[in-house]
Write a protein of this length. Structure first.
Length: 246
């Protein structure tokens, strides 16, 4: 009986020792993980604050497309140097309640849940975060990061700044990024000269920039652009575009 008790005690000591041995690297890993989160989060906040005042020169996706295709057309234009119909058309096409939400449009999310994959619910702020900091394609990890980052951008930037950055980094065709490059690519003019119909056509191709052509629109795209143009006029009249007025 004494030997059995001693054996059990020895076994318990070995188990406790093994658990202690494993607990140490686990604690170290947890500590480094917490440090990594703090450093990563702090760096992101610092970059967001920087980009409130400094125009981003390039995005990861732009760099990747440049590497893949060997071509890149991009020229930054401040919002005041863009024709007034452009931001209205983009809001009408992508996020009509842009001035009313804090980064997430709950009504659009509910509608998307009801309609399933047929409808998107990303706001202009979410799309700006994705285009500027993350990667393209559907991914739960990317969506999770986008959800964490969006409120930070909404808190640090004005609505005008969010829309300005979006217009300057959005993809309009293969290797064509930003409203200035898009205006010259499709219509041979600067972004400050775009008409409402041209702005609506550019806004209409945003969901599928590589598959739609604003210069040679088919019947469906023309009809979509007409709807966007009507929506842009409505936004201007009903006050929902007040947050982007200069």
């Amino acid at each position: 009986m004494a030997k059995t008790g001693a054996s059990k005690g020895k076994g318990r000591r070995k188990a406790a020792k093994a658990e202690t041995t494993w607990a140490r690297p686990r604690a170290v890993l947890a500590r480094w993980f917490r440090k990594g989160l703090l450093i990563g989060g702090g760096t992101f906040v610092a970059v967001v604050i920087l980009f409130r005042f400094v125009d981003p020169p390039l995005t990861p996706y732009m760099a990747a497309e440049w590497y893949r295709t060997g071509k890149l057309s991009h020229e930054w234009r401040p919002l005041e140097a863009v024709a007034p119909p452009v931001p209205l058309a983009v809001m009408a096409a992508e996020d009509a309640n842009f001035c009313l939400h804090w980064g997430f449009d709950l009504n659009a999310i509910r509608a998307a849940v009801d309609e399933g994959a047929r409808r998107g619910a990303s706001t202009l702020t979410q799309q700006t975060v994705k285009n500027l900091f993350l990667w393209q394609g559907r991914s739960w990890i990317r969506k999770f990061l986008e959800t964490l980052m969006t409120p930070v951008v909404e808190a640090a930037w004005t609505k005008r700044r969010i829309l300005e950055v979006y217009l300057n980094i959005a993809e309009f065709d293969e290797g064509v990024f930003g409203i200035e490059a898009a205006a010259r690519h499709y219509f041979g003019k600067g972004a400050d000269k775009l008409t409402l119909n041209e702005a609506a056509l550019l806004a209409a191709i945003l969901p599928d920039p590589k598959g739609r052509d604003a210069a040679r629109p088919g019947p469906w795209l023309r009809k979509r652009a007409e709807s966007i143009a009507d929506g842009a006029l409505t936004l201007r009249l009903d006050g929902r575009a007040s947050c982007i007025q200069g």
